[in-house]
Design a protein around this ligand. Sequence first.
Ligand SMILES: *[C@@H]1O[C@H](CO)[C@@H](O)[C@H](O)[C@H]1NC(C)=O
Ligand SMILES: *[C@@H]1O[C@H](CO)[C@@H](O)[C@H](O)[C@H]1NC(C)=O
Ligand SMILES: *[C@@H]1O[C@H](CO)[C@@H](O)[C@H](O)[C@H]1NC(C)=O
Ligand SMILES: *[C@@H]1O[C@H](CO)[C@@H](O)[C@H](O)[C@H]1NC(C)=O
Ligand SMILES: *[C@@H]1O[C@H](CO)[C@@H](O)[C@H](O)[C@H]1NC(C)=O
Length: 472
Amino acid sequence: MRSILVLGILVFLASTGFEAVTAAKRNVVCYYGSWAVYRPGDGKFDVEDIDPTICTHLIFGFAALDNQTYKIVAFDPWNDLYDDGGRGAYERFVALKNKNPEAKALLAIGGWNEGSVKYSYMASQPERRRGFVDSVVPFLQKYGFDGFDMDWEYPTQRGGVAEDRENFIELLRELKAALSPHGLLLTCAVSPGEQVIDEAYDIPIVAELLDYINLMAYDYHGAWEQFTGHNAPLYPHPLDDGNVTNFNVNYSLNYWISNGAPPSKINLGLPFYGRGFMLDDPLENGPYAPASKPIVPGPYSRTEGFWGYNEICINQTFGTGWTVVRNEYYQAPYAFKDEYWIGYDDYDSLTEKLKLINMYDLAGAMVWSIETDDFRHKCHSRPFPLLHHVWEELNGEVVPCVDCNTPTAYPPGNEKCPHEGYFAIDCTHYYLCQLGPDGEWIVSDFSCPPGTAINIDTQQCDHDYNVSGCGA
Ligand SMILES: *[C@@H]1O[C@H](CO)[C@@H](O)[C@H](O)[C@H]1NC(C)=O
Ligand SMILES: *[C@@H]1O[C@H](CO)[C@@H](O)[C@H](O)[C@H]1NC(C)=O
Ligand SMILES: *[C@@H]1O[C@H](CO)[C@@H](O)[C@H](O)[C@H]1NC(C)=O
Ligand SMILES: *[C@@H]1O[C@H](CO)[C@@H](O)[C@H](O)[C@H]1NC(C)=O
Ligand SMILES: *[C@@H]1O[C@H](CO)[C@@H](O)[C@H](O)[C@H]1NC(C)=O
């Protein structure tokens, strides 16, 4: 068993004093695709749109590898840095920790679009690796990041060579040696595909060297195929064969574990997007229906074959004629209308995957990615409905968010606040009184996680049996 809760649930006061945050039982790793800042209209998502109170780890995607020097560089210096009148997204991202000091901010390098070849070249020679590794620590420290996420997709693949497997291990070993003396985390996003895994990763060593493995359990099917299939099916479909046998979340997770990855290091990836097709014949609309074209681009992400959850839910909520099908193999919905067909994840399919995380006692969940959640709550009653759901299923309690915890001011001399500090309302609900600049009392409401109660003596949420009158 992992050591859970207990002293990890200290009530933590931010320097501003207004946010209380409780440490989470499981990770909720939130990837942010920073290019979403360029999306039009309600799809535009800037750093300040992130709600850091429902993430344990915030990962900025992506930095790049310079193909001349083999050092880490900003991918989009104007957006990422303050240099030359830039927007400073790195530092603004790290500053989100002011709203949740328990969260860690990491920088990811690579991703799909960076390809594999540059990384293969960099890792192939000890001097190049050294130059790269030596560039990473000062780069992270300059902007205040707490760790590094190595997203080489993938060693040995996409133009890589067989030696990448060994070189990747050397690279991780050297990165760990450089990062850990500074208390910086090292994580990787890894492939879910059996064939890639066998070629790319020496799993026991990779797992040993990493703090966490972010398992990208999605992109199993998409418009690169000529037939419909789900982006992230939980279980196999009876028609799966040939190259797509074992293309499902359950298989990938079990494969990583049975080949030596400890569950306590795995964050299971959950997609906040779908992959879609244009059906060749609208009357053939099940799995494995002929579909030779990608679904047309959505209005925000503007990418063929891909719709964010925000684009899917808006289209279904405000459009007509969609049929949503939930299939026992996918355990996740697909929806079709005329020739459109899209397989995606929603509240209920995430529930099934989150059950798996709890059942296998994994480190937690990873989500790709927060900027395609319904963050403007166009289709749901609250912002980030999917991310809130992930947090609640894993950690049982909504950490008070900045918006839902707006402190209230009371006049001086009121009986609610005899002095500064915490006051219990009942076993699990309590409030904080702080003196405001004009003698008014600033009052913030909080609640303790399930199984715990507020202990006024220690000013912490503690096991409920430790707090007199609250336990069984
Ligand atoms: C390096 O990247 C630049 C910009 O993408 C490209 O024009 C150039 O060909 C690349 N050089 C090598 C050696 O790959
Ligand atoms: C299946 O995989 C093999 C080996 O990787 C490849 O040569 C073949 O083109 C793939 N077939 C399809 C239909 O993708
Ligand atoms: C999930 O994977 C495990 C391990 O491979 C397997 O035993 C189990 O049958 C799978 N579940 C389903 C429903 O396929
Ligand atoms: C649904 O998506 C299609 C394709 O992007 C678009 O043409 C249509 O306007 C959308 N409908 C709604 C109601 O958003
Ligand atoms: C609460 O209970 C735990 C476990 O029973 C114990 O170790 C701890 O000291 C207690 N804390 C307080 C403040 O009494």
